[in-house]
Design a protein around this ligand. Structure first.
Ligand SMILES: [Zn+2]
Length: 414
């Protein structure tokens, strides 16, 4: 019973020691005696059982590890029991003196081993502590260096941050200035643009208004022109109509006048024609009467007297013609004879004489023919009428000139 309680207590102590060990430095020295006492007490009782738990205690720290240790201890216990039994069996088999010696030997070896192990443990612990201290020092140094570095870095960062902030601020300022400038420019531009747009809009509006005015004026002018033209056209048409009517009237009047004039002229002409025709008829009748007049038809004695005169004249004329012909014949014979011995040109003179004779004969023959005509007229009673004016020829002239066909007046006009 007592060993187990002690074990438990030692365990607790150890645990405490271990816990105290990290922060402090001296506990290591204090701990050693406790451990030693535990080691010294152990040999007296059951070393196997005691050792394992001690080892286990150093390693296990948590409840889990405790349970594991307990289990292990159980296993170990079982093994130990087995071993014990085996040893008991061996011991039973071998001699009892061997058992004692063996036990002693084992015990000694166990003690040696335990001592060795303790020493090794101590050395390990010392090493561990040393290493820990070194590590801690190093860590501290490293920590300090790190802190310094960190501080430096922090400073540098701070400076960098400040510089960056400065730069940023400067940049921001520059940007702000630039932006302000840009904004100003934009504002100016916008203002200018706006102004220009306004001016443009104004100009456009003015142009538009002007155009509209112009269009209105043009439309008004066009309308006025249209109205004027329509008026003019209407007036012109009215005038044309009037003119046409007047023209028609004038034409009709002119036509009427002309027709009247024509009628009048026609009437005048018809009257004149009728008058002329009547005159002509009268004249023709008179002429006919004159032409067919027989001035001395009633005076048969006078006609007989004229007939006798004519016959007498015809006889004379016929005798003259015969005489003349004979003369011409004679002359021709003379001429033929003269042609043979013409020395003094007497033949030429004879020719002229002959031609004269012939001419005379021809005249006489014509007279004969005229007398025959006159005799025929005496027979129908028309002798004594002028062939030109159809008036009667005087009795004296008829008796004196045989034959005669023209009155004294007409004879003088020939
Ligand atoms: Zn006459």
């Amino acid at each position: 019973m007592s060993p187990t309680t002690k074990k438990a207590t030692s365990k607790v102590v150890k645990k405490k020691v271990v816990a105290k060990k990290a922060p402090g430095k001296k506990p290591v020295a204090k701990k050693a005696p406790a451990k030693k006492s535990a080691a010294k007490k152990a040999p007296g009782k059951k070393p196997v059982a005691k050792k394992t738990p001690a080892k286990k205690t150093t390693k296990s720290t948590s409840a889990q590890s405790k349970a594991l240790a307990a289990k292990k201890a159980k296993q170990l216990k079982l093994a130990a029991d087995k071993k014990k039994k085996l040893a008991q069996q061996v011991a039973a088999k071998r001699a009892k003196e061997l058992q004692a010696a063996k036990l002693l030997k084992i015990k000694k070896a166990k003690e040696l081993k335990a001592a060795k192990m303790l020493q090794a443990k101590k050395a390990r612990e010392a090493q561990l502590i040393k290493a820990k201290k070194l590590r801690e020092a190093k860590e501290l140094q490293a920590k300090k260096a790190k802190e310094l570095q960190l501080l430096k870095a922090k400073k540098a960062r701070k400076a960098a941050a400040q510089a960056a902030a400065k730069r940023v601020a400067a940049r921001l300022k520059a940007q702000a200035i630039a932006k302000a400038k840009k904004d100003r420019e934009i504002a100016i531009k916008v203002a200018a643009k706006k102004k220009a747009q306004e001016a443009k809009a104004k100009a456009q509006a003015a142009v538009k208004a002007k155009r509209e005015r112009e269009i209105k004026a043009r439309i008004a002018a066009r309308e006025a022109v249209v109205r004027r033209k329509a008026k003019e056209k209407a007036m012109a048409e009215a005038k044309k109509l009037r003119d046409q009517e007047a023209k028609v009237k004038a034409k009709e009047a002119e036509k009427l006048r002309k027709q009247r004039e024509i009628d009048r002229l026609n009437k005048v002409e018809a009257d004149r024609v009728a008058r002329r025709e009547a005159e002509e008829l009268k004249r023709l009748e008179a002429l006919d009467r004159k032409k067919n007049s027989k001035p001395y038809a009633g005076d048969l004695a006078f006609l007989e007297e004229l007939r006798e005169l004519l016959i007498a004249e015809r006889l004379v004329t016929a005798a003259q013609v015969a005489d003349s012909d004979a003369k011409a014949e004679e002359m021709l014979v003379d001429r033929e004879r003269l042609e043979y011995d013409d020395e003094d040109g007497s033949s030429v003179a004879s020719d002229i004489e002959r031609d004269q004779a012939k001419e005379y004969a021809a005249q006489l023959r014509l007279k004969t023919d005229e007398i025959d005509v006159a005799l025929a007229r005496v027979a129908d009673g028309s002798y004594g009428r002028c062939d030109e004016c159809y008036e009667s020829i005087g009795r004296d002239r008829l008796r004196f000139q045989v034959p005669v066909f023209l009155c004294l007046k007409c004879r003088a006009n020939v």
